[in-house]
Ligand binder design. Structure first.
Ligand SMILES: *Cc1c(COP(=O)(O)O)cnc(C)c1O
Length: 353
């Protein structure tokens, strides 16, 4: 606390990112980064952009990146908005579309940043309980609300809602904005982007941090009707017109254009995930049905907290959430086959102790 803080600052509960420790080298399976490097074309584009033009401001509209997204998803440029990671896009979207006089809805177990933004903007929220298998109860999102935020697949539970369910939520909320956070959609789910044509209240947010191996570049994009995109632009230009620098814009556009590399690394992650789940089941673990680049697991005999601590001592970082309902689960990012073998070997010796 400081007497110099504003009331808002004093009242905040900020987001706590997964740790990036420097004390030793770890097998890092705790923040859902991609284990493979970005496309070589991304690195080449960034190097090429590192030139004397850095003295100039970047394109405030991120046109090249935006057009690459529009081409990839079959949209027009006015249906795309680009930003500094999906966290920034979410922060803009909450301010652009939700009001302090009506509670928004999101799942009780979900990405913890939603509560943080709601707190920052004083937007009330109601948490919709997931069912016992951590599935999203679609009907509960039809209750009166000031807007909906739903990650699909959900994090950290990894569960996916098929497009029929998303469509139901959109149909049931024609006067509210429905944000679908598709941070993990490229690992086996079907994107809601084609529904944008039918539903002007749909905003789909994607990131290059996970499936494009670019968490360090801080780039993401939002897609929706031109009126929603214009709402986001109004917020951005009341905040910071240059959210993406020249290097990020160049790298992000190149990433969207290298479809072959993207298809290859996402396929590899999915294959490793399926094999990891098979091995985990053999060790007695239960895993939710994952359509993401992580698995959500628990063991009937060994508490997750112990597993987390013992894995850490063995040099393997995973994510443990000390929260109601999920405090006996671990979220484990999918690494390379080699990393997952180290993880499974360590688990085996812990579980069989
Ligand atoms: C990782 C993640 C994000 C943030 O992605 P960035 O683009 O790196 O800011 C947003 N939503 C969910 C559900 C995530 O897991």
């Amino acid at each position: 606390m400081s007497r110099y803080w504003s009331k808002v600052t004093a009242s905040l509960t900020p987001y706590v990112p997964g740790e990036q420790p420097k004390d030793r080298s770890y097998v890092k399976l705790n923040t859902n980064e991609c284990p493979y490097p970005p496309s070589p074309r991304v690195l080449a584009a960034i190097k090429e952009a590192a030139n004397a033009d850095l003295r100039l401001y970047p394109d405030p509209n991120g046109t090249a990146f935006k057009e690459a997204v529009a081409r990839y998803h079959g949209l027009s440029a006015d249906q795309v908005f680009v930003g500094n990671g999906s966290d920034e896009l979410l922060a803009f979207a909450f301010l652009a579309f939700f009001d302090p006089d009506r509670a928004i809805l999101f799942p009780d177990i979900t990405y913890s940043f939603y509560k943080v933004y709601a707190g920052l903007y004083r937007i009330p929220y109601t948490c919709v309980p997931l069912d016992d298998a951590f599935r999203v109860p679609v009907e509960a999102f039809l209750a009166p609300n000031g807007g909906v935020v739903l990650p699909n697949p959900n994090a950290p539970t990894a569960q996916y809602v098929p497009l029929g369910g998303i469509r139901e939520i959109l149909e049931g909320n024609p006067d509210r904005v429905v944000i679908i956070d598709e941070a993990y959609i490229d690992f086996g789910g079907e994107s809601a982007v084609p529904l944008i044509r039918e539903y002007p209240n749909l905003l789909v947010i994607q990131t290059l941090s996970k499936s494009r191996s670019l968490a360090g570049l801080r780039t993401g994009f939002a897609m929706g009707s031109a009126e929603l995109i214009e709402g986001l632009r109004r917020i951005k230009d009341s905040f910071n017109s240059y959210t993406l620098d020249r290097l990020a814009l160049a790298g992000a556009a190149a990433a969207l254009e290298d479809e072959e590399y993207f298809a290859d690394i996402t396929r590899r992650v999915v294959r490793t995930r399926e094999e990891t789940v098979r091995q985990l089941n053999r060790l007695g673990f239960q895993a939710t049905d994952s359509k993401a680049n992580f698995v959500f697991i628990s063991h009937p005999d060994v508490p997750a907290r112990n597993l987390f601590q013992e894995l850490r001592q063995a040099g393997i970082l995973v994510r443990y959430f000390d929260q109601p309902r999920i405090d006996n689960y671990l979220r484990v990012s999918i690494g390379t086959d080699e990393e997952m073998n180290l993880f499974l070997q360590a688990l085996k010796s812990i579980v069989n102790k």
